[in-house]
Design a protein around this ligand. Structure first.
Ligand code: AMP
Length: 112
């Protein structure tokens, strides 16, 4: 069995607070939220990080972003930040591609 915890969420082997799901992606609340709204959007396909995606994943990558738009539309959130941490030095701790959607507070720039 894979030790990829996000793949376990995809396969319903681990519980998660799922807010959206379709054939390509699944979204759930972050277990350790960094903002009042903190949702993770992941592909069901196993992709370790953005660097490891290929030109075959172009549609999938666009879909993940569209899911972010759809979820925030549904929640009537207009101000939000979408983040991808790619690689451990960029802050990635779970090695299955994911978008963070953060909202509900003011964010600084540049990010820490
Ligand atoms: P990153 O640091 O970009 O790899 O983000 C990983 C995120 O996954 C962190 O914000 C964690 O809080 C979150 N996380 C880890 N395990 C779980 C889980 N079982 N359910 C929901 N979120 C999780």
């Amino acid at each position: 069995m894979s030790d990829n915890i996000f793949l376990k969420i995809v396969n319903k082997e681990l519980p998660a607070d799922i807010v959206y799901e379709d054939d390509i992606a699944i979204a759930f609340n972050d277990i350790s939220p960094q903002a009042p709204t903190h949702i993770l959007i992941i592909p069901k396909k196993e992709i370790t990080k953005l660097t490891d995606s290929t030109s075959n994943d172009t549609e999938l990558l666009g879909h993940l972003l569209f899911v972010a738009k759809k979820i925030t539309d549904d929640l009537k959130i207009e101000n939000y930040r979408v983040v991808i941490n790619n690689g451990s030095e960029a802050g990635q701790t779970v090695f299955h591609l994911h978008l963070h959607v953060l909202a509900g507070r003011t964010f600084g720039w540049p990010p820490g």
